[in-house]
Design a protein around this ligand. Sequence first.
Ligand code: CO
Length: 133
Amino acid sequence: MIKGIHHVGIAVKSIDEALKIYRDTFGLLVVKTATVEEQGVKAALLQVGNSNLEFLEPLDETGTVARFIERRGEGMHHICFEVDNIDTEPQALAAKGVELLDKEPRPSPISGRICFLHPRSGLGVLIELAQPD
Ligand code: CO
């Protein structure tokens, strides 16, 4: 079951620049930062009420976030639904025809355990499912 929006993912060239705006100007609280080598990004999670913004900065020019910025510029990258069970929810959606990008849930230093769905299954929106720790 989808319980809410855990975060909105935003691709940026520089998390430092993002913090100047979203932390220093908008006053949002930084709750987590991490380097996620396997996704090729630095990440920062900023709380907005009961939800969050997740900023993603590419570590190099080869990862999916780097290619996203190259093609489409900085901006909204994905939406993350919080689910109550990351072991059953992706398969339940797959049974309804949703295309999974991750065949198995994987750990995330930012969001607990996660699974990405193909944008084809979300009218062009990249969707992440997460069950926070
Ligand atoms: Co995310």
